[in-house]
Design a protein around this ligand. Sequence first.
Ligand SMILES: Nc1nc2c(c(=O)[nH]1)N[C@H]1C(S)=C(S)[C@@H](COP(=O)(O)OP(=O)(O)OC[C@H]3O[C@@H](n4cnc5c(=O)[nH]c(N)nc54)[C@H](O)[C@@H]3O)O[C@H]1N2
Ligand SMILES: Nc1nc2c(c(=O)[nH]1)N[C@H]1C(S)=C(S)[C@@H](COP(=O)(O)OP(=O)(O)OC[C@H]3O[C@@H](n4cnc5c(=O)[nH]c(N)nc54)[C@H](O)[C@@H]3O)O[C@H]1N2
Ligand code: SF4
Ligand SMILES: [Mo]
Length: 691
Amino acid sequence: MIYFEYIKVGEDVAKGICTLCSGNCGIEVMVEDNKVLSVKGDKEHPISKGFTCPKGRALPEMLYAKDRLSCPMKKDENGNWHEISYEEAIDIIVEKFTYLKENFGSESLAVHTGEAGVRKQFSGHVRRFGQAYGTPNQSSAGSHCHLSKEMANKMTVGVLPSADYKNSKCIVLWGYNPMNSRPSQMMDINKAINNGAKLIVVDPQKTYTAKRADVHLQLRPGTDGALALGLIHIIIEEELYDKDFVEEWTVGFDKLVELVKDYIPEKVEKITDVPKELIVEGARIFANNKPGNISPGIAIELLSNGFQTARAISILQAIMGYIDIIGGATMSPPPPLSSLELENVKYNREPIGKSEYPLFCANYNSAQANIFSDAILEDKPYPLKGMMIIGSNPILTWPNVNKLREALKALDFLVVMDNFMTETAKMADIIIPGTFPIERYEIWNGVDSSGDGIVGLAPKLIESKQGISECKFISDIAKGMGLEEAFPWNSDEEAIGYRFQKIGKTFEEMLNMNYGYKYRTFEEKKYTKNGFNTPSKKVEIYSTTLEKSGYDPLPIYNEPAESPLSTKELAEEYPLVLSTGARYLQYYHSRYRNIESLNGYKSQEEVAKVKINPQIAERKKIKDGDMVKVESLRGSIKLKAEITEDVLPTTALISHGWNDANANELTDNENLDPISGFPPDRALLVKLTSL
Ligand SMILES: Nc1nc2c(c(=O)[nH]1)N[C@H]1C(S)=C(S)[C@@H](COP(=O)(O)OP(=O)(O)OC[C@H]3O[C@@H](n4cnc5c(=O)[nH]c(N)nc54)[C@H](O)[C@@H]3O)O[C@H]1N2
Ligand SMILES: Nc1nc2c(c(=O)[nH]1)N[C@H]1C(S)=C(S)[C@@H](COP(=O)(O)OP(=O)(O)OC[C@H]3O[C@@H](n4cnc5c(=O)[nH]c(N)nc54)[C@H](O)[C@@H]3O)O[C@H]1N2
Ligand code: SF4
Ligand SMILES: [Mo]
């Protein structure tokens, strides 16, 4: 077995890569008799340099968790589970998928990979299976993560840039808190701050990071677009922008001047609740400490106005000329790997969401999963009868879960592949136990300290005793359905090896490069050669692509669909603005509440909390730790109150991912962003009552 060659540092310490999150930290793994004993950081790794977070170090606990699924299971008519053989599971799935295709058309099956599939080999296999089977309804965590800001940036500057923190003089963390969500990046951020870089944080919460900032713009959730236009207003009014860059490399600047004319600090303060003096100070600091960059987080995407907000932020960075330069926002193409997409696929129907979100669905050849419930329950635009969900727990992560639960119940057939019996897995007809990353090969990529792009192969370090390889599972269903032509590989190794063909490397060569292969050296201002990757080859402040699709070509601000300003009457009954989902370091969405060291050896009831300001607590006679009810138009949940000055009196915050206090019972799948279809998880109206 190839992977044993890997166990070569000393006798039993293998070098690997943690791919539990996109940090891709280098790890040293103690392995004995195919069992992982411990995980620690690999100091020689060129990007992570020895860093690991508690999740990575808890890998052994995850692998050997008592409640880990270990056998395929089938649910009977009475709702009881029975262990079945893998072969039997494949036969049932093949039979059901064939039935759906013959009776309702291929589009009646949706295949979804969640966050656990992001940048993983198996998500490509799942899409490929969908293409071979003939369903356009392939979806991913991209229905509510990353792709909205990626598409907004693509349409504006040609690509989603990434911040070069180390060399920056002004770092803006905008609805982004890497301290919890991408801790390995804090090394570079801290280095820059120690070298005198300014830090601006835009966050409704006084996070630890916000407390360290030079300027903390503590805004009302969902008003980020207005704040961005306000900052642009000051930068233009005080002529702080990069005039040469704007002149030569942008289109629509004159229209931007017109758009932001009204966004004077007084007006922006009224919308955002951020004191006007701070807005002015923030704009000046950002413009006068060159080069700067802005990292927009998920918070600005999970809004009913998220797409245009992402555009406004992208434009704010661009008019400073901070793009594609060292210390600014660097533009790096992804590693050029061979694609797993099948060519020339024709479908009978458009994917679900294509008529509502045509640009999103066309850009990503995907369905928009947030409206699957409508297809299942109301046959809109046509019936959806079956789903295969791999590496996702929609019951805890998709918006408006009460409706989603009804929808999943109404399906003819649901297959879930997971490592644990999640709330979603409980609703399945068939469950297949999955693997963890170090039980399989994975491709990783990152940027090293010189800004060079690296792609690598994360080795498989142990053979899974319980789980089935996700790629093998997909390939076995495809073969069962006579679609083997689309899956010509004899093993997972062969399939991964195929991906490296385009860079001229073999599987074995990649496996022998512990620290990856440098596929690109960093080069500044590439746009001066070929222009930006937009139709006009310039930064499109005014986007004709948006205009042609009937959207506003400028980064306009609309109030959140539910807000004290847009729905005044509703706000009288539901007066608090709720933002859901801010990350905790030790959890990953709905994951790891069962991992004792990560959950602090506590029950969910003890740790699930809503953060509220002392003023609200006093008014409602709530003490810290009291149980409260939080209610929106969609549903209500009960959990403990955490009383903290870190949130404004107008705002409440709840993380998502707790089975018994599921924030997504409150969220909305109707007022989705009109361009991306992303859910407004970060700005809802709720009321709070003490229990
Ligand atoms: N430990 C851990 N790491 C993760 C994840 C995880 O679940 N756990 N998830 C991964 C994934 S898939 C993603 S997408 C990323 C997300 O990671 P980030 O982009 O960092 O997102 P969050 O931590 O959810 O939110 C960042 C901040 O946004 C603030 N916020 C809330 N509402 C608003 C708002 O309306 N406007 C603004 N400006 N800020 C707001 C919150 O208070 C929070 O401090 O993290 C990834 N990393
Ligand atoms: N209210 C609210 N909702 C949100 C968000 C928010 O901020 N607020 N954030 C959204 C965002 S950005 C995202 S990305 C989504 C994520 O939403 P999901 O994609 O549903 O993410 P998870 O809850 O992590 O579910 C992943 C599941 O995969 C399983 N798993 C983990 N690793 C593997 C593996 O290797 N193989 C297999 N087969 N299974 C595996 C885990 O046990 C877990 O049950 O949530 C979204 N939902
Ligand atoms: S930050 Fe933690 S979970 Fe993410 S790759 Fe590094 S060790 Fe793994
Ligand atoms: Mo995400």
